[in-house]
Ligand binder design. Structure first.
Ligand code: NAP
Length: 283
């Protein structure tokens, strides 16, 4: 039976560390979250981020724009936040309603305030192995591995999924930690042959219970980034948890695995942004 990696407990531990750090800062970091429209899932994510900030002493505001907002109106909000010294971090909750450009929004946020690490500048730093901000979900995965005692160095690491927000930056962080990394996607021939050779398997595809026990190596560390619904509408991951946990050495549950870590890493980045900006001011 695999050791269950408890993302809630690890997340609580890191949030306590962040709260202690924030308490020692003379000027508290501030996060501004923009939400456009009424997408219910986005509203829940934004509410959770706002609440998490409050719990660690980070100031936060939620700026709500109607779904009818124009690109110019959204751009103007970002410009105002970029110029506001009391704002350390900015994020715009995605997806945006039709007619608004996510690329333009990401490009417009000042890279020094881009706490999601989505901008080309920050992605470039990640690619160069010298990140300014760590991409939140992949950074959360790395913390789960580290704090569970799973060594990455020299291990065969397989990432299933190549999205810009999870799969690709995940591969970069594993590589930086000296893993030997393979990235799989929907066109991968014989996925099972690749996944079943992995010492560390990170899955981010968005298909409920897609990874079955026969696709996993005995004793592997299996990290499930997926947030899906099963046939009964219950939240589940991309990994068939019940069967895979009988074979893996470590496994993250859904919920309670990677999920809580993403917001925790956002809090960490907001603190890092505040420090970066304070450092520049004092130069
Ligand atoms: P995405 O942008 O839809 O990307 C999915 C990736 O999976 C693509 O690269 C796709 O390959 C690949 N894929 C799809 N079907 C596949 C298959 N049958 N075999 C192999 N690869 C396959 O998704 P995402 O944004 O990365 O999110 C992935 C999952 O993680 C979702 O369930 C999402 O809700 C969850 N998520 C969770 C968190 C968290 O905080 N826990 C954060 C972000 C995302 P192609 O590129 O070839 O199409």
């Amino acid at each position: 039976m695999a050791k269950i990696i408890d993302g809630k407990a690890i997340s609580a531990q890191i949030r306590a560390e962040i709260a202690a750090e924030v308490a020692s800062m003379p000027v508290k970091p501030g996060l501004s979250v923009i939400i456009v429209g009424d997408d219910p899932a986005s509203k829940v994510y934004v509410r959770n981020k706002h609440k998490a900030c409050g719990e660690v002493g980070i100031r936060s505001e939620v700026i709500e724009l109607p779904a009818s907002a124009t690109q110019e109106e959204l751009d103007a909000v970002i410009d105002r936040l970029n110029a506001d010294e009391s704002v350390s971090g900015i994020l715009c909750q995605l997806p945006l309603p039709k007619g608004l450009s996510e690329d333009e929004v990401i490009a417009r946020i000042d890279p020094k305030k881009d706490v999601d690490a989505f901008s080309a500048v920050n992605v470039g730093h990640i690619m160069l192995g010298d990140p300014v901000f760590l991409p939140c979900t992949p950074a959360g995965v790395m913390e789960l591995l580290k704090r569970s005692g799973v060594e990455v160095k020299g291990k065969s690491c397989v990432v299933v999924g190549r999205s810009n927000i999870v799969g690709k930056p995940m591969a970069m962080l594993l590589l930086k930690a000296d893993g030997t990394v393979t990235v799989c996607h929907s066109k991968t021939a014989d996925l099972k042959a690749v996944t079943s050779a992995a010492d560390i398997l990170v899955v981010a595809i968005g298909r409920a219970k897609f990874i079955t026990a026969d696709m996993v190596k005995e004793g592997a560390a299996v990290i499930d980034v997926g947030m899906d619904r099963d046939e009964n509408g219950r939240l589940c991951g991309d990994v068939d948890f019940d069967a895979v946990s009988e074979k893996a050495g470590y496994i993250t549950p859904v919920p309670g695995g990677v999920g809580p870590m993403t917001i925790t890493m956002l809090l960490k980045n907001t603190v890092a942004a505040a420090k970066l900006q304070a450092g520049e001011k004092n130069q």
